[in-house]
Design a protein around this ligand. Structure first.
Ligand SMILES: [Zn+2]
Length: 237
């Protein structure tokens, strides 16, 4: 089999283990792909990640109010010890956009088989503050959102929700502190397109869910009748 010319100069390597990829492999070698810790939680309406997210939503509500259960899904489990952490890191810190698109499309294909998620008619990425986006050159959540939207064949809008306040780094913040830190950081800059019924909010990693919850609240307050689900590349825990 002929090696593509580009591979001779710039060998493509596995995003996880670094092994040189075979011609048929894309972004990840078959060994790492076969061990990828997929959650399969898109197959279920209720599961621990979604329960965690919904507990957070309910906690923020006045006691008499009730929110319908929000659906959630993540492609794989994140562990800071496992080499698979390199997938979100490569997208976020090393500008590996093709890797991000590859895994976003994989997640999109799984979501398109989930009856409770495949009817999403608009995909919205969790925004970065414009200064951070400008410095990084892209928003990693938007790369993922566009990949998912292309598979679901629905629009992706990165211009509706904005991060109006910088929230600093989230690392090593306690859950309550982190929640306080992100609440009020987001706002809707434009109205949703007419006829939207089910929004899929997309982020790279689901840790506490505080950031996604802050985005959820902003959309929910303006659009009480729209269903909002969340999807991420990976989930911690
Ligand atoms: Zn590998």
């Amino acid at each position: 089999m002929k090696t593509p010319l580009l591979d001779l100069f710039l060998p493509r390597t596995c995003i996880v283990c670094g092994r040189t990829l075979l011609l048929q492999e894309r972004e990840i070698c078959i060994y790492c792909l076969s061990d990828l810790p997929l959650t399969y939680n898109w197959l279920l309406t209720h599961h621990p990640m979604a329960d965690r997210f919904n507990a957070m939503i309910q906690r923020d509500l006045p006691s008499a109010e009730y929110e319908p259960y929000a659906y959630a899904a993540a492609l794989f489990r994140f562990s800071s010890q496992a080499l698979y952490r390199r997938i979100p890191y490569a997208l976020k810190y090393s500008g590996n956009l093709s890797g991000g698109r590859f895994f976003a499309e994989m997640l999109g294909r799984f979501l398109s088989e989930a009856p409770h998620l495949k009817d999403a008619d608009l995909v919205i990425p969790v925004p970065l503050h414009f200064l951070r986006r400008w410095r990084r050159g892209y928003n990693q959540a938007e790369i993922l959102a566009r990949g998912i939207a292309s598979v679901l064949q629905v629009p992706c809008r990165a211009d509706l929700l904005v991060r109006s306040r910088r929230t600093g780094t989230q690392i090593r913040k306690a859950v309550e502190e982190k929640k306080k830190n992100v609440s009020g950081a987001f706002s809707l800059r434009r109205p949703l397109p007419e006829g939207v019924r089910h929004i899929l909010l997309v982020d790279d990693v689901f840790t506490t869910g505080a950031t996604l919850n802050a985005c959820y609240r902003v959309i929910r307050e303006a659009y009480p009748a729209v269903r909002i689900s969340v999807a991420t590349l990976s989930v911690v825990g």
